[in-house]
Design a protein around this ligand. Structure first.
Ligand SMILES: Nc1ncnc2c1ncn2[C@@H]1O[C@H](COP(=O)(O)OP(=O)(O)OP(=O)(O)O)[C@@H](O)[C@H]1O
Ligand SMILES: [Mg+2]
Length: 469
C-alpha cells in the first residue's frame, strides 16, 4: 500500500521525482529494536553505573505488566471500558491495531473515536496526556473516513515538525496495512511535486508550510474536497507564537462542512478560547490542570552554579542516561551544538538534532536514535512535541523551557518531559538549575501543575537510589 517513508537515508535525487510520495531510499525501519538494557558508557564509574543499571532495569521489569494494570485502573488515562471491537472499527483496521500490539483502547481513543466517526460529522477539540495514544485515535478516524472510490485527497493532517509528520505517517501506514487501497502522501520539505496535477492520495500528512504550498501554489490538493482536517499539537499550531498564520490560511480554504479535529496534550487557556472560536460547535474533551501531568514520570531538579557545573552534573548522570535512552533539551541551537560537542569530547556518544539541519540529516538522526544506535539525543524544542521513542527513560532539561518574557513555558515543559513515560511506562525528568531565575522557573512549573519537583544530588549515588525509586 503505502511506500515506506521512514528510512535511514533520503535519496535527494529520488525526492525530485514525480512520485506523489516522499521518495526515501528504503531500508526497513527498526523501531523498538533497542532493548535498552546494555550499558555503554565505559568511562563512567562502574559502581555507580551498576547501581543505576539495577535501578533502571528494575523499572523496566516492573513496567512489563504495568500497561495492563493501568488499563484496568479507572483513574488512569489508559483506562477504558470498551474494547476496540466495541468501537466499531472496520475489520481490516482491527487487524492493523492488534498487529501493532494494542489490546485495548486508551481513554482518549475510547472517548474520541465515537465522536470522530459519528454521522453527521462532528468537530472535536481533544486534550489527553502525553503518550496516551492520540495519534492512533485520529489515524483510525482518518483511515475509517476515507472512501477509496474517490481518487482525491479527503483527509488532511498537519503537525508542527517534519519528524512528527513522518512519524504520524508511519503510524497510519502500520495501522492501515490491511487496507491496501488507502493511499497516503507526505507534504513535507524536500518532497518536490509537479504543479497542477491533483493528488490521488486519500490522506495527506504534512507540515503547515508545505501543505499550504500544495493547496495554493502547486494546486495538488483541492481544499474544498477535504472532509476531515486534523491538527496534531493543535495548541502550538494555532498559537500566535506557533504556526497560526499558515494553519489559519489552510483552514480558511476548507469547506464549511469539513470536519475539524484538534488534538494536544496542552491547551493554554487563551489558546483554548481561540480554538473554540475557530472550530464551530465542537465536542470537547478537556483535562483538569492537575490531570495534565503523569504520575508515571518522576520529576527532579539538580542545583548547579553555571553551565560548566550543569555539564558536570550531566556527566554524572550519563551512566544512567546510557542505560536506556535519553533526550537532552537545550534552549538554543548553539547551546545544543556546544553540549553535543563537549559530551563527544569527553568520549560520550551522542546524537544532535536541531532545526538548522537538512531534512536528510534530521531523518537520519531520528532514525538512528529510534533504532537505538545512539542512546542520547541532544536537541532543542524541535523535538519537544509528539516524538514517540518508547525506550526513552530519561529527559534532561539542560536549559529550562522559558517564554519570550522569561517566564516558565509550562506547555513546552510538559511536552518535553512527556518524551518519556510513554503509554504507561515509567520515566524520569531531570531539570538543571543554574541560577535563582531558573529556580523560580521550577517553582512556577510546580505551582502551575501542582506537582512537586524533587531535589536531586547527582554526586550522591545513595541519594539517587532513594529518589529514583
Ligand atoms: N491502545 C493502545 N495500546 C497499546 N499501546 C498504544 C495504544 N495506543 C497507543 N499506543 C502506543 O502508545 C505510544 C504513545 O502514543 P502517541 O504517540 O499516539 O501518544 P500521544 O498521545 O500522541 O502523545 P504526545 O502528546 O506526546 O504526542 C505509542 O508508542 C503507541 O504505539
Ligand atoms: Mg502525539
Amino acid at each position: 500500500m503505502f511506500k515506506d517513508c521512514w528510512a535511514l537515508a533520503v535519496d535527494a535525487q529520488e525526492a525530485t521525482s514525480q512520485s506523489c510520495q516522499v521518495s526515501f531510499k528504503l531500508k526497513k525501519k527498526m523501531s523498538g529494536a533497542a532493548t535498552g538494557c546494555e550499558a555503554e558508557g565505559d568511562r563512567v564509574d562502574l559502581a555507580e553505573q551498576s547501581l543505576l543499571n539495577k535501578m533502571i532495569r528494575r523499572c523496566l521489569v516492573r513496567n512489563r505488566n504495568q500497561v495492563e494494570v493501568l488499563q484496568a485502573d479507572p483513574t488512569s488515562p489508559l483506562y477504558s471500558v470498551r474494547t476496540f471491537e466495541e468501537l466499531r472499527l472496520k475489520p481490516e483496521l482491527l487487524k492493523g491495531v492488534y498487529e501493532m500490539g494494542f489490546n485495548r483502547p486508551s481513554r482518549i481513543q475510547e472517548n474520541a473515536l465515537p465522536m470522530m466517526l459519528a454521522q453527521p460529522a462532528q468537530n472535536l477539540i481533544a486534550q489527553s496526556q502525553s503518550g496516551t495514544g492520540k495519534t492512533a485515535a485520529f489515524s483510525l478516524a482518518m483511515l475509517s473516513h476515507v472512501n477509496t472510490a474517490n481518487k482525491w485527497t479527503q483527509c488532511l493532517c498537519i503537525a508542527p515538525t517534519y519528524e512528527l509528520a513522518l512519524q504520524i505517517g508511519q503510524v497510519i501506514e502500520q495501522m492501515g496495512k490491511f487496507l491496501p487501497d488507502v493511499k497516503l502522501a507526505y507534504a513535507v520539505r524536500g518532497n518536490r511535486m509537479v504543479r497542477g496535477v491533483k493528488l490521488q492520495e486519500h490522506i495527506v500528512i504534512g507540515t503547515p508550510g508545505t501543505v499550504l504550498d500544495w493547496c495554493t501554489k502547486y494546486k495538488l490538493i483541492d481544499p474544498k474536497r477535504i472532509t476531515m482536517f486534523v491538527l496534531d499539537e493543535a495548541d502550538v499550531m494555532i498559537a500566535t507564537q506557533g504556526h497560526r498564520d499558515q494553519s489559519i490560511r489552510i483552514q480558511r480554504q476548507l469547506s464549511n462542512e469539513c470536519q475539524m479535529l484538534l488534538f494536544s496534550a496542552t491547551f493554554e487557556d487563551s489558546v483554548w478560547t481561540f480554538a473554540e472560536q475557530l472550530v464551530p460547535d465542537p465536542n470537547i474533551i478537556r483535562l483538569k490542570r492537575d490531570e495534565e501531568t503523569l504520575d508515571t514520570i518522576k520529576q527532579f531538579y539538580v542545583l548547579c552554579g553555571d553551565k560548566e557545573e550543569k555539564f558536570t552534573a550531566l556527566c554524572d548522570l550519563y551512566g544512567s542516561l546510557t542505560v536506556a535512552q535519553a533526550m537532552i533539551f537545550c534552549h538554543t541551537r548553539r547551546m545544543a551544538a556546544w553540549l553535543a560537542a563537549s559530551l563527544t569530547e569527553e568520549g560520550h556518544q551522542v546524537a544532535l538534532l536541531s532545526g538548522e539541519m537538512t531534512v536528510e540529516q534530521r531523518a537520519a538522526v531520528i532514525e538512528r536514535f529510534r533504532s537505538g544506535k545512539e542512546k542520547v539525543l541532544v536537541t532543542t524544542n524541535v523535538c519537544s512535541r509528539g516524538i514517540d521513542v518508547e525506550q526513552v527513560t530519561l529527559v534532561v532539561n539542560f536549559d529550562l523551557p522559558v517564554n519570550m518574557d522569561g517566564s516558565a513555558d509550562n506547555e513546552t515543559y510538559l511536552h518535553r518531559i512527556g518524551r518519556t513515560g510513554r503509554f504507561g511506562k515509567r520515566g524520569f525528568a531531570v531539570n538543571m538549575v543554574d541560577s535563582k531565575r531558573s529556580m523560580d522557573i521550577i517553582n512556577q512549573i510546580e505551582m502551575h501543575f501542582n506537582r512537586k519537583i524533587k531535589k536531586l544530588d547527582t554526586g550522591n549515588s545513595e541519594e539517587m537510589e532513594t529518589l529514583l525509586n
